[in-house]
Every structure is written in structure tokens, then in C-alpha cells.
Ligand binder design. Structure first.
Ligand SMILES: Cc1cc2nc3c(=O)[nH]c(=O)nc-3n(C[C@H](O)[C@H](O)[C@H](O)COP(=O)(O)O)c2cc1C
Ligand SMILES: [Mn+2]
Length: 454
């Protein structure tokens, strides 16, 4: 089986598999859709398609990636195969092709016909600053090189033709907006809502600026992504996108964005964000508006981010320690801030180097626990057992206060900073045998089950 090259074919597949629940009862964009998506995400239940949205003409798709299996199945692989699949294909890069008469421009709205309030944009949490677009892929070009960037940034609905774009300077889009503003210019941004799953996953790739995430999507798909020229911008957009918002930021204009219930599970503070002036809206006939839930882990925001973060964490770890056995960017640590890593130790201090490297690296990790190769990093009870038996805080704890960190952690000592901690829970070098679990010879050859049957 191959990857799905547009959203509709993937929805057909999910419908056949009974992994898409269609809800025809009338439902509100304020809290109700989010509440049901929350409940489905908590049990890794089906994706939800709301066909009867109160006050709106368009159906809403929510929780598409609210279960881990729907990330990997979008590429025709199982969850256990997905990490290797992702690492092998993330940098294969296949360039897009340009097509005409694209479905995403079956309907074109310009001038007075532009009205964002007709889109079923959801309100998620009690203290949120308003209704947010959360599943839009933003495409823009670096003014210095002309190279495209693709990423997801939430947008607060400000009115019929205005939205904020929450893209902090640490993000590639944030840097592009800053570079343009230095020259007194706005930034052309095209936002694609409702996309081929490969595009959404590729938008999360941890690739350097200058890498076009559309090329990454091509590599993951194994084929070129068809794109078409925008109707009001010098940009291109994926041809099969459901709904497209074309616009340009107004240089130096800011609006308050936030609070917003964010991926750590807590609210982010309100802060100033750039303002986008919409220049056109285009769509397919009968488009699906798509939302992505974020909030308390796990949500689709976390499942979408996790493959790329995990791939980068392995890469960083291998640079420091070639004998990495396994690694887990844990769900409780929001799939970004806690890493458990097992190694085959070759030197007494090796775990401490690994801790320092991962804490200072680009992911924003706050806690690293290093264990020996006999501990399963995905079994957190066994990891705790290793800490109990192989860790002494006086010598094995590493604390580094106040490092730069792209975190939204509410306990952080300063904005975009965090105290960092590592635990070396490995046995002293060469002494692992003395730290192994007590063993009863022959236990693997005798089975209680056989006696229970008698
Ligand atoms: C559903 C979802 C929503 C996201 N919302 C935001 C956001 O509002 N602001 C942000 O900076 N990053 C957000 N992200 C994370 C970025 O899209 C992601 O880190 C991306 O890889 C950044 O791209 P870049 O490396 O090109 O800057 C979101 C991710 C997902 C999956
Ligand atoms: Mn990028």
C-alpha cells in the first residue's frame, strides 16, 4: 500500500476501516466539537467528521491525527515501522510540480466576498482569546533566497479579513516576517487548510531553514506534490487543498494573540502577534474545514510533532554516543521535554555528556534520563526501577539552570528559558552485572500457565 496523496482519499479509507465517525446531529463550533475531539483523543478513538455545524455551511473534520495509528497508516505503514520509515524518507526531497485548473481554486472569493466569519473556526478552551485556525499550513518565502518554508501556526480570527499569525522569531516563518519588516515589507503567506496527510506531517520536519517542507512531503510520499499558482500572491499552494487563505502581513502591525490552551496542556500568555490582511479565499466545491486539537497530551498536535522530534533526538544522541540502544521522547513530557535514552556505555562519564548535549540541543528538552541497555525506555516503571537501583543524586544528578529553551512551560524562570536536569541512572562502567535483576535459572522453561490449565 502506498501513501495517500489527498485528504479525501484518506477519509474514504478511514470510513471503510470504521475509523471515521460521522456525526450528523447539530453541533456548535464553540467548545462542543473540541469536547468530543478531546474524548476521542483520550481513547485514541476515531477521527470525527461533523456534517451539521450550527450556523455554518461547511463540515468540520477534527482529530484526524488524534490516534497514533492514523499518522503511520497515512503512509501505509504500521506504528512500529513508522520511525524507521520516517527517518529513511525525511530527507529524500522530491520537488513539487506546477499544475493548472487545481481543485483548490474551484471557488475563488476576492474583495467584498472575503469573509472569514463564514468558516467554522473553533473556540477551544475557556480562557482562549477567541476562535483559532489551528490546522493551517503556512507557506511563505525567504526574501533573501526565495526558498519556501512550510509550518503550522495558529491564527486568531480578528474579523472578516484579518487574522493573527503566531510565529515566534525562533520559527522559520517568524524569521521571514522579521527579515521583511527590517525592510519595511509585509510577508506573503498562503494558508492551506485540509491537506494530504503527508503535507501535514512534513510541515513538522525538523529541517534547517532553506529546506522546503513541500519537498520533504514529496520524499515521504514517494512522488511529487502537485501545486498551483495562488490567485492573489506570488506563491504556490498544494492543488488538492480544501480551503486556502491567501494574505500578506501588515508590516509592524500587531494584535494581542492568546491566551490559548497550548501543547503543554496549560494556557500560553497573551502576547503581540503579526496581523495578516487576507487578499483572497479559494476552496474546493463542498470543502471540509479541518481543525487540529492541541492541549493536554496526547492530542493530534503531539502525534504530528512526535516523529520529527524523535528523529532529531536520535540524531543528536548519536552525535554524542554512537552506542545509543533506544530512545523515548515521552508523551507525559509533551513529546518534547523529557527524553529517556538507553546506551551501551563505553566510558564512565558518557551518560553525563549525553545529558549535557541533549539538554543544550535544539529540541528544548528539560529532563534526560540515561539508562543501561537492559532497561526498556518505553516501560516507565522499569526506568523508575533503574533510577531506584542505579542512581545517586549526589553524584549522578546534572542540573543546569536557565538555558535558552523554546518552551511554553509555565514554571519557566523566564520567557523562552528553562532550568534543565539530567539523571545518570546507568550502573558504573563495567559493573552492570552487579546491578541486574535477580535471576532464577530455568524460569524461561517452566510456565505457570501450564499448571493453571490442569
Ligand atoms: C497542530 C499544530 C499546531 C501548531 N501550532 C503552532 C503555533 O501556533 N505556533 C508555532 O510556532 N508552532 C506551532 N506548531 C509547531 C510548528 O508548526 C512546527 O514546529 C514546525 O516544524 C515549525 O516549522 P519551521 O521549522 O519551518 O519553523 C504547531 C504544530 C502542530 C502540529
Ligand atoms: Mn522550516
Amino acid at each position: 500500500m502506498t501513501a495517500f496523496h489527498d485528504l479525501r482519499t484518506y477519509l474514504d479509507y478511514l470510513r471503510k476501516k470504521d475509523d471515521l465517525l460521522e456525526i450528523n446531529d447539530e453541533i456548535s463550533t464553540k467548545y462542543e466539537i473540541v469536547a468530543l475531539t478531546r474524548q476521542s483523543s483520550d481513547i485514541e478513538g476515531p477521527a470525527l467528521l461533523f456534517n451539521n455545524v450550527k450556523g455554518y455551511d461547511y463540515p468540520v473534520l477534527s482529530g484526524l491525527f488524534g490516534a497514533e495509528r492514523r499518522v503511520s497508516e497515512a503512509f501505509g505503514v504500521s506504528t512500529s515501522e513508522f520511525h524507521n520509515f520516517y527517518v529513511e524518507n525525511e530527507r529524500k526531497v522530491i520537488k513539487p510540480t506546477l499544475v493548472e485548473d487545481a481543485p483548490c481554486q474551484e471557488i475563488v472569493l476576492k474583495g467584498d466576498d472575503i469573509d472569514l466569519t463564514k468558516l467554522p473556526i473553533l473556540t477551544h478552551y475557556e480562557r482562549d482569546g477567541g476562535a483559532y485556525v489551528t490546522a493551517g499550513l503556512q507557506m511563505s518565502k525567504n526574501p533573501d533566497t526565495g526558498e519556501r518554508n512550510v509550518s503550522i501556526h495558529r491564527m486568531l480570527l480578528l474579523g472578516k479579513d484579518k487574522l493573527t499569525v503566531y510565529a515566534p522569531p525562533g520559527r522559520h516563518l517568524g524569521r521571514i516576517i522579521q527579515r521583511n519588516e527590517d525592510n519595511g515589507e509585509g510577508t506573503e503567506i498562503v494558508t492551506a487548510i485540509g491537506n494530504a496527510p503527508a503535507l501535514s506531517i512534513a510541515s513538522q520536519a525538523r529541517v534547517p531553514m532553506g529546506y522546503d517542507e513541500i519537498d520533504v512531503a514529496g520524499g515521504l510520499l514517494g512522488e511529487s506534490v502537485p501545486m498551483t499558482k495562488c490567485v492573489s500572491l506570488d506563491q504556490e499552494v498544494p492543488a488538492y487543498t480544501e480551503i486556502v487563505i491567501e494574505g500578506k502581513t501588515i508590516p509592524h502591525e500587531r494584535a494581542m494573540d492568546g491566551p490559548f490552551g497550548e501543547y503543554p496542556g496549560t494556557y500560553s500568555r497573551a502576547a503581540e502577534a503579526p496581523v495578516l490582511q487576507v487578499t483572497a479565499i479559494t476552496m474546493r466545491k463542498k470543502p471540509f474545514y479541518t481543525n487540529a486539537l492541541t492541549g493536554m497530551p496526547m492530542t493530534e498536535n503531539h502525534w504530528m510533532m512526535k516523529p520529527a522530534v524523535q528523529a532529531l533526538a536520535f540524531e543528536e544522541a548519536y552525535k554524542i554516543c554512537p552506542e545509543v540502544v533506544d530512545l523515548n521522547v515521552t508523551n507525559g513530557g509533551t513529546t518534547r521535554h523529557h527524553i529517556i535514552v538507553s546506551i551501551k556505555k563505553r566510558h564512565e562519564s558518557e551518560a553525563r555528556n549525553l545529558i549535557a548535549g541533549l539538554l543544550a540541543g535544539p529540541i528544548g528538552v528539560k529532563l534526560v534520563v540515561v539508562v543501561d541497555e537492559d532497561i526498556d525506555v518505553h516501560d516507565t516503571e522499569m526506568v523508575e526501577w533503574a533510577v531506584n537501583n542505579r542512581f545517586q543524586a549526589g553524584k549522578d544528578l546534572v542540573v543546569i539552570p536557565n538555558l535558552y529553551s523554546p518552551t511554553l512551560d509555565p514554571s519557566a524562570p523566564a520567557h523562552r528559558a528553562s532550568d534543565k536536569m539530567g539523571m545518570d541512572a546507568t550502573a558504573p562502567y563495567g559493573k552492570l552485572d552487579d546491578f541486574k535483576a535477580a535471576y532464577t535459572p530455568g524460569i524461561e522453561n517452566i510456565r505457570l500457565e501450564d499448571y493453571m490449565k490442569k
